[in-house]
Every structure is written in C-alpha cells, then in structure tokens.
Write a protein that binds this ligand. Sequence first.
Ligand code: PEP
Ligand code: MN
Length: 337
Amino acid sequence: MIVVMKQGSTENDIEIVKQKAIQQGHEPLVINGVERSVVAVSGNVNDDHRAVMKLLPNVSNVIPVGKPYKLASKNYKKENTVIRINDLEIGGTGLALIAGPDSAESQEQTIETALAAKEVGSNGLRGGAFKPRTSPYSFQGLGEDGLKMLREAADLTGLPLFSEIMDAQHLSMMEQYVDVLQVGARNMQNFKLLEAVGESSLPVLLKRGMSATIEELLLASEYILARGNENVMLCERGIRTYETATRNTFDINAIPYLKQNSHLPVIADPSHATGDNTLVEPVALAAIAAGADGLLIEIHPRPDEALCDGPQALLPSELKQLIDKAKIVAKAVGRSL
Ligand code: PEP
Ligand code: MN
C-alpha cells in the first residue's frame, strides 16, 4: 500500500506510520516529495492493515497496490489452469459445452435430456438435484434420488456431471455421484461451503453471486484454492442491475477481465444471464468471442413442462443450432468445439 501524508505532516507523523507498518509485519519506505511525503509499505497487506493506517495522524489517503486475491491471480501462476475431467479438458484450446436440464425431474426426463445433449455435441452434463429456490414453496429438487438419475444419465452418455451442492454436510454423499461440484450464485459467499469444497478432490464450478463484484468472485475462489483444491472454474451467470427487460444482465466484461487477471478457467452461463430462450444463443456466441472457456446451458425436451427455469431452456434442436454457430465463432478466436 501507499500511505499518502497530508501537506504539512511532521517527521513524527511519518515515524508513526513507519512504526505501524513494522508492527503489522511490513517494510516501510519513506519517499519525500516536494509538497508531501508518502510511505510505500510492502508485504502481505490486507484491508484491515489499510483501514488502520487511515486512522493515523495526518494521513491523507491509503492506496492499495496489487490485488487482494493471490492464489487465483495471474501473478501467482502465469500458465492457465487446465482442468481435466475424464476426456474433457477445460481451460485449454477446446471449449466445454455443458448442457442439461435445470433439474432432474424424473428418470425419463433426465435420461432423455442427457442423451439429447450428447447427441447434439455437448461434452458435459448439467443438472440440479438440490435447488436453491427463491420461494420455499417452489420445486426444491429431488435430492439424492435426483443425483441417482443424473449419475445414471452421466454413465449412459459418458458425460461428466456438474451438479450444485447447497450444504457442506452433503459433500461426501455428493462426491459419490457428481464429477464437478457447482457452487451456485446464492452461495458464492457461503464461506463454510467454499472451505468444504476446497477440501474435496473434485473440481468446483463457482458461480458469481448476483450482486457480487468480480473481485468478490475471485476472493471467493481464494477460499477454495487456499484449502488445496486447485481445480476451480469461475462462472459468469449475469448480475442484478437496474435493467428489468431480462432476468439478469450478462457482464461480458467479466470474461476478458477474469482471463487477464486469473489463470482459472471461465465458463459463461447465458441461460441464467438472460432468462430467455431467444437470447441464449447470441449471448453464448458473444461469450465465446470474449474468451470464455466454456458454456453452461439449460435444455429441456419440453420446456413448457419444466418444473424450474422453463422460459430459458433451449430445445435440443436449438442447442444444435447454437453449437453449429459456436464452432464458427470458436474457430475465429483460435478455439475449437
Ligand atoms: C442453476 O445453475 O440452475 C442455478 C441455480 O444457477 P445460479 O446459481 O446461477 O442461479
Ligand atoms: Mn436453472
């Protein structure tokens, strides 16, 4: 951090800042300018250290240097992280296309949807069994029975299964069924859950909270990485803004920003970002052009019968069209699908 002193600050004021930096375990370096002095403080500086500095006499401003996240940052690891799940590689040149229903609703629907996803060219399967619903009166998912259906569908198609974990106590049970643990938008800052999945040997798909900044998403990923789980994917799924025309606002900036500042793979979810099946394809294509490493897309053989998120579900035939176009865009940006 840089501690900027007020004009007219005394040598004693600067000494107090230096001593505080040393007490915090950091190294201070005083730079005397013509009009004012600054103290450059290096070391493992966090928000609390900065907040305390601000309180010292004649300190005008405290400027952070560097990023608050470390393990997730490109400075910590230059090469992109590539996550391997069976035959699927996420974060390399190939793109991940993870498709499936919002939720497992029945064995028939789950298997029919998974077979369709595979048929049109998906390389991953999604599906919820534990659903974080805004209303407690809405369909909550089929729980472990749903996971069994999804596992059967995953085995039948050979596609790796992505499914949401809502409760740290479910971890060992879920590890028996899924290939990737999804942490949903509503749980992005459930720190105990993040720590729990950080102990798992399974990769984690971490969704951005609907009101979370990019920095908060990266700091949430840090909780998982710090526990030793290096296989974290970040997911942009739209954020809340003043716009009401769509379910959420897809933050396209987040994709290149995350790719520039982090080595972790970035997945785009145009389904939750738009909430509208007619907008899923164009937003998906934009995400690939912006540098996403994969897409997470909801499909349903009969969207009008879906128990959750029907309006944003694509028909398998619509997913096929999307994939055909995605291949062209991927090629244009040096990727493949
Ligand atoms: C989902 O993937 O079905 C889901 C609930 O997503 P999100 O956490 O992004 O709302
Ligand atoms: Mn959904």
